[in-house]
Design a protein around this ligand. Structure first.
Ligand SMILES: Cc1ncc(COP(=O)(O)O)c(C=O)c1O
Length: 382
């Protein structure tokens, strides 16, 4: 999927030109073009390509002006980056339960809001979308900035809009496991010019001397270097063009797998679809049971994983977060926080209970549909 003929040709062209950095070449930049493609495809005014999803989260938080003393609400089920990014800007993460949809529970979100809450990062896990309508309503009521973490759902739609384009900002990852990939890579999307300008300045320490970037209106800030290389953009552009076809294949495979599972012995054991906030465009598949034993059994099948067994995405396993060791003793976000924050293993019990009896099913969009059909049959019956 990654090595399309167009992708390989574009890569060779970049190598042939020898202009591998976005701002160091003389011709039109592949990264510039990729950002234009992202703006058009995702329906946003601004897109900033960066070198990872983690970088995109940090740049978006900087863009939104989040910092010391601020609390950022994040789900207890996500990759650790979502909780680590607030710490990188001096803020602290506050864990929120996920509900049966495996995404941020708007009811618990409301419960966890304090006068120090400044932002929320809903995460569209496993190509499953969050309840954005409820989350945006809670955020509006409490004046929270919403940064959608769409790293695991690039291109997926929620009620007609692409995820990542609904909140004040959205972020993508293009790492090896994502819908489109360049090994490492990411992007920030936003319709807010100030968020974009601040994120753009932060992602490039030399932004003040770049052509075009010199016209940024926001007050100059000192940045770092989160720039995307030209080769990454060359690899990503053809994949982005083919993304809707891939999502369509995911949806087709989803239907096939549901059909097979519902004709299997698991159907009599309380098998149910994880509720989805936009059934019509669902591009991921997760199923749950009343009891853990059935989930353990299905989770052992090929192409299926019980979510509690994946480990790394569960908050009790975020060891670097629990360590609370600041990068420097005088740069301690927890010392700047207005109150004690509890991330302990007991802080989000509902999330652990739900993940224990839930399985995610790989929809293998890289497989031709007949091959996937055969795989689905084996998964359901083996
Ligand atoms: C939900 C989520 N957020 C953030 C990230 C961070 O992305 P990256 O690995 O590109 O830094 C990931 C990557 O696994 C992710 O799955």
């Amino acid at each position: 999927m990654v090595a399309t003929a167009r992708g390989m040709a574009a890569t060779v062209k970049v190598l042939g030109r020898g202009e591998l950095g976005r701002f160091t070449g003389t011709g039109a930049s592949e990264v510039d073009r990729f950002e234009a493609d992202l703006r058009r495809t995702m329906g946003v005014e601004h897109a900033l390509a960066v070198n990872s999803g983690t970088s995109a989260l940090i740049a978006a938080l900087v863009g939104a002006g989040i910092g010391p003393g601020d609390e950022v609400l994040v789900p207890a089920y996500t990759w650790v980056s979502t909780a680590a990014a607030p710490l990188a800007v001096g803020a602290v993460p506050v864990l929120v339960e996920v509900d049966e949809s495996l995404t941020l529970d708007p009811v618990d979100l409301k419960r966890k809001i304090t006068p120090n809450s400044r932002a929320v990062i809903p995460v569209h896990m496993q190509n499953l979308v969050c309840d954005m309508e409820s989350i945006m309503a809670v955020a509006a009521e409490h004046g929270l900035v919403v940064i959608e973490d769409a790293c695991q759902a690039v291109g997926v739609r929620y009620r007609g809009r692409r995820v990542g384009s609904i909140g004040h900002a959205g972020v993508f990852s293009f790492n090896q496991y994502k819908n489109i990939r360049s090994g490492e890579g990411g992007a920030v999307l936003t319709n807010d010019r100030t968020v974009f300008e601040r994120a753009a300045m932060y992602h490039d320490v030399g932004s003040y001397e770049r052509e075009g970037f010199g016209e940024l209106g926001a007050e100059l800030i000192v940045g770092v270097n989160l720039r995307m290389p030209e080769l990454s953009a060359a690899v990503l552009r053809p994949q982005l063009a083919a993304l809707d076809a891939q999502l369509e294949r995911r949806r087709r495979h989803r239907g096939i797998m549901i059909d097979e599972l519902w004709h299997s012995g698991f159907a009599d054991r309380g098998l149910r679809l994880v509720p989805h906030h936009d059934q019509a465009s669902a591009a991921g598949l997760a199923v749950s049971f009343d009891d853990e034993a059935a989930a353990v059994e299905l989770g052992a099948r090929r192409g299926v994983r019980r979510l509690a067994d994946t480990g790394r995405h569960l908050y009790p396993n975020w060891r670097s977060i629990h360590a609370r060791t600041p990068v420097h003793p005088r740069m301690d976000p927890y010392a700047w926080a207005a109150r004690e924050i509890d991330h302990g293993p007991g802080s989000c019990p509902d999330t652990l209970r739900i993940l224990g009896r839930t399985c995610a099913v790989d929809l293998a969009p890289e497989l031709p549909t007949p091959a996937f059909r055969a795989l689905a049959r084996r998964t359901a019956t083996a």
